[in-house]
Ligand binder design. Sequence first.
Ligand SMILES: Cc1cc2nc3c(=O)[nH]c(=O)nc-3n(C[C@H](O)[C@H](O)[C@H](O)COP(=O)(O)OP(=O)(O)OC[C@H]3O[C@@H](n4cnc5c(N)ncnc54)[C@H](O)[C@@H]3O)c2cc1C
Length: 301
Amino acid sequence: MQQAVYDAIVIGAGPAGASCAVWLAHMGFSPLIIESNGRAGGLSASNPFEDTWNVTAPGLTGEEVAARIKLSLDSARVPVLLNSHVTRIEREQAGQGHEHFKVYFGADLPLHARYVVIASGVEPRKPPEWERDHYDDVLVGPGKHVANYEFALKDVAILGGGDNAFENALFLKERGAKSVHIYARTLRCQRHWMKFLNESDITIGAYTFDPAARQINGRTYDVVLVLYGFRARLQGMQDLGLDCDELGYVRTDFKTTQTNLPGIYAIGEVTHRQHPCVVTSMADGVVAAKAIQKQLEQGDA
Ligand SMILES: Cc1cc2nc3c(=O)[nH]c(=O)nc-3n(C[C@H](O)[C@H](O)[C@H](O)COP(=O)(O)OP(=O)(O)OC[C@H]3O[C@@H](n4cnc5c(N)ncnc54)[C@H](O)[C@@H]3O)c2cc1C
């Protein structure tokens, strides 16, 4: 029996991957998405707040944007394998000088594709002191787990010097936290945040952090929020030989989103091609889909 070969396997069902797959499907090709999580939408699905940055979707929360991404995938009949984490990608000879890809995702047998699109996004950076999967009352990265946490009457430490640290400090004060102290090794935030906080609430410079004891510089907090920014998610793809920048994001050709590896494209936040948000990620998906269309219609795959 001849094996099925998808035109493109897209890794990740966030805004970037979903946009690419929907465009490919509407252009008559056969994409398939492999997604680690149990739902589509990527980081949007963990944003419970209104997404005021997307001018086409006023009034919708990130979670509602994610629900619309799922509707778009369903209506374009894009197959999405949920709870499936890509662990390896290999090239294979497909005859007549063509190469295909084998994409492994935990199942016994890999799936096959003419092109691969990496749309695996980012994950919150963990502190160097991090040694376990989880520490009680130490929250890493922004999102729903922070929004759902009860901060009232708690002493809170926030680690990080970016906009997220300051925005969350104000959010937690509004939520009734007893005290909020920011520890920033360096300041990367927009300076206008400083006027909303007392100088005594911010420590700038080196500090020690013991996550198990929730102690910073020896002071114990009820809860610690770690906001060290994000890093590219490339687990399972490290051995491919992808060219990445000094921060670990995948470098791509701006016009096509192709990586340094022929046939492999990368889009959205995993590349940092543009300012990271839903709209630019979706735009990347369109660029990749059009570049792959061109390749497929030239019949070289
Ligand atoms: C709290 C929060 C609020 C935000 N608010 C806004 C906002 O209001 N407006 C806005 O425009 N942007 C917002 N953003 C940013 C926006 O969510 C991201 O820019 C956007 O989701 C990036 O899309 P992406 O498709 O590149 O990556 P992601 O959304 O991260 O999607 C990547 C997907 O790939 C999957 N994946 C990763 N590795 C693998 C693998 N090996 N195998 C299979 N699947 C894999 C992941 O599970 C994930 O679902 C917010 C982000 C956060 C965290």
